[in-house]
Write a protein that binds this ligand. Sequence first.
Ligand code: FAD
Length: 377
Amino acid sequence: MFSRSAPARYDTIVAGAGIAGVSAAYWLGRTGRRVLLLDKKGLLAGASGAAGAFLSPRLGRGGDLQQITNEAYRFALAFYSRTVPEAFFQKGLVRIPKDRRDAQRFSGFEPFIDIPHRRVTAAEYPHIAAAAMEEGAFYFPDAAFVDPMTVARKLTEGVEMAWGVQRPPRYEGGLWRLGRFSAPELVLATGADPLPVPVPYLRIGGLWGERVDLRSEADIPVSLHRNISVSANIDGTVRVGATHVRNDTRSEIERINRLIVDAVALVPGLSDQRLVRIYAGYRSSVADHFPLAGPLADAAAAKEALGVPRRGFSPGPEDLPRIRGCYIIGGFGGRGFVFAPWIGKMLADSIASNEAVDPRVSPDRFLLRYLRRGMKS
Ligand SMILES: Cc1cc2nc3c(=O)[nH]c(=O)nc-3n(C[C@H](O)[C@H](O)[C@H](O)COP(=O)(O)OP(=O)(O)OC[C@H]3O[C@@H](n4cnc5c(N)ncnc54)[C@H](O)[C@@H]3O)c2cc1C
């Protein structure tokens, strides 16, 4: 693809080829930019290659995070079904409360569910253990899952890519330089890994998780989610996930065994299962669990210029000293495949038009907290 040593100049370099970087590169390419997507390892080498890639709505009491997630969810369904129909499996989702208390919470959520759904009972789903459905469930007919690698390959058609690039970017002469690659714009899409450009006001956490593919003849027409997710059976393969590893002293094998035991308890037809593959990775998130997208600020210069900003101050792209040409996308937690298409488009549109991103996703929210409270928040 490249001559090995010739310098290569782009409009935008996207560092990190997970679903966030892939989506950013896709949408930036559509603004007419010449984009390079690079990764220290390869395509979907991080969490995105591990994801079950379920597209499911968020339940809640109608707050901003639910609204933003479900807007992204609706966008993602339309986007993947149109762009990558061959990797889009719209099998619906049965969302089952874990116990009576959880069922009461679900009832409280019901008035706020802004996604097509209906209440269902065990009788409609003979493949699900009846005991698990004692409290009933909600059925979301539009929910789906995608095949991550097929999606990534499709979205990167025509995008130039480079792997094994790990050099920290440096800004010199109006360009970001990574090895022999340079561009005036740099998008950081590095997942839960440390940011390669210092951004003292952002703390991105990583939550380890595992999931598996099982081979099985079980008739599973619909995906389900209770304490774990089990996908519909596509050509003899069933996805089961995922673990959330926090202070867990068990070994990975113990956790995987538990995952499979729980899956068979939920769907007894899986008792013929054979473990095909284990996937694992770090989900990235920030303290408020909203996604991140937008320009990054120069924290030291902002401190000097603004001191302690007043409450309600909502800066536009030009209102803060910026790290020139440097943007971020990520913090997608357990919903990267839900958020990436919509947030990627939002970022690309804002870079192209030089307009502010939705303040709910802008990294500036953390800069303002940092300037007010330091890093204790
Ligand atoms: C077990 C598991 C199950 C999941 N299930 C689902 C699910 O069902 N549905 C869903 O929507 N989401 C799911 N997720 C979450 C989803 O995987 C993440 O939200 C999403 O993959 C995050 O994408 P990303 O591009 O931000 O990060 P990543 O996919 O981690 O990509 C970051 C990339 O950046 C590269 N990189 C890092 N540092 C550098 C550097 N300095 N230079 C160059 N490259 C660098 C890494 O190599 C990596 O390829 C799951 C995650 C896990 C772990």
